[in-house]
Design a binder for this molecule. Structure first.
Ligand SMILES: [Ca+2]
Ligand SMILES: [Ca+2]
Ligand SMILES: [Ca+2]
Length: 299
């Protein structure tokens, strides 16, 4: 009898693994990134005033995500977020842009090691530009070649300070030293409202803003040896956001666009973003943008 149960449970595991293979979107359908309009230049300063054009239909938050540690999405009074993703093609600077606005009841940024940032309030931006799926590693490399887990974390003087992206940007986890050349190409800035918020500050807004070039593979040999990814209208890239919330002590929740845990080391678990061109979404007028800004300011 025991043997039969073991066989059956083995089949069940195989069946479950079968359903999870082939990319997973927490919202069930995938996500969209919007081409930056020709009239817009985004400054990576942690301010959202250059994102007012962004069509709110493509802003994602907890309702389009899952919680992957406990399986229980925290209430928005605990943690809330609004994710905007944009891109530019080879006619411009050929980069992925993001602005993530987080509202949090308690800020916690106590870690000093970049690889431990995930224990704090912290944002993961996980890329698989050519959407190949598969483990991030290559032969002899722990992580970062086939897929990359980039992270943003508030920089604290004398505490957490990365050498990259105004102290906020870092490829994780245990990435080889030779691969961090790609971090040096990132523009990143994180700001808080109120300014100067630190561990224990209540009811904070954290704005994370970044611009990065994407590579189909990030090779130890450096930028020249690594194939740059050309952002193209209509294509689907692997891109996953994971937000860590720590309030009192270490991380208590992780909100993800991926459908299950694993996207931080294997791109097969990645969520998918389709790149929409100008004309495929509604550019917000100044009036719409201003009313949208007022609505967003209330959450
Ligand atoms: Ca900005
Ligand atoms: Ca919280
Ligand atoms: Ca927090």
């Amino acid at each position: 009898m025991g043997k039969k149960i073991i066989v059956l449970s083995g089949l069940l595991v195989l069946a479950l693994a079968g359903t999870s293979f082939g990319f997973g979107n927490a919202n069930g359908v995938g996500y969209f990134a919007l081409e930056v309009p020709p009239s817009v230049t985004i400054a990576i300063d942690g301010r959202g005033d250059d994102w007012t054009w962004f069509d709110p239909n493509f802003i994602y938050g907890p309702d389009a995500m899952i919680e992957i540690i406990t399986g229980q999405m925290p209430p928005k009074s605990d943690i809330d977020m609004a994710v905007m993703t944009a891109w530019t093609g080879t006619n411009r600077d050929n980069k992925l842009y993001g602005f993530v606005r987080v509202t949090d009841d308690t800020l916690h940024i106590a870690q000093t090691e970049m690889d431990n940032g995930w224990l704090d309030d912290d944002l993961e931006i996980i890329t698989d530009a050519d959407h190949s799926g598969g483990p991030f590693r290559a032969e002899g490399v722990v992580t970062g070649v086939n897929g990359q887990q980039f992270t943003m974390h508030l920089s604290t003087p004398g505490g957490y300070v990365s050498p990259y992206g105004n102290g906020t940007w870092w490829m994780r986890y245990q990435a080889p030293t030779e691969i961090h050349w790609v971090d040096a190409l990132a523009q990143a800035q994180a700001t808080t409202i109120p300014a100067g918020a630190t561990t224990g500050t209540a009811n904070v807004i954290v704005n994370y803003e970044f611009a990065i070039p994407l590579f189909d593979e990030v090779l130890l040999e450096g930028e020249a040896a690594s194939p740059r990814h050309n952002m193209t209208a209509g294509e689907v890239i692997g891109l996953t956001y994971q937000l860590n919330d720590a309030d009192i002590g270490d991380r208590s929740a992780q909100l993800a666009t991926a459908a299950e845990n694993g996207a931080a080391w294997d791109a097969t678990f990645s969520s998918e973003y389709t790149l929409l061109a100008v004309g495929e979404y509604d550019i917000q007028t100044a009036v719409e943008a201003s009313s949208w800004g007022k609505i967003k300011a209330t959450f």
